[in-house]
Design a protein around this ligand. Sequence first.
Ligand code: F3S
Length: 65
Amino acid sequence: MRVHLDAGLCQGHNRCHALAPELFEVDEYGQAVLLGEGDLPDGAHHTARLAAANCPEFAIKILES
Ligand code: F3S
């Protein structure tokens, strides 16, 4: 399972970082930055899904492959 961030959709709501700080940072402009390459370590699946479900801009996608 992988997580994908579409930076072009991000509007800086910061929910992803608040819910999953191990997966997302926010840069100096308030835009989300995906940490790592998007591969989800064991135990991060729930928080990744939570972040995706709570992004109002639908900028975060979970890829099942
Ligand atoms: Fe951006 Fe969505 Fe996170 S708008 S800062 S990716 S909650």
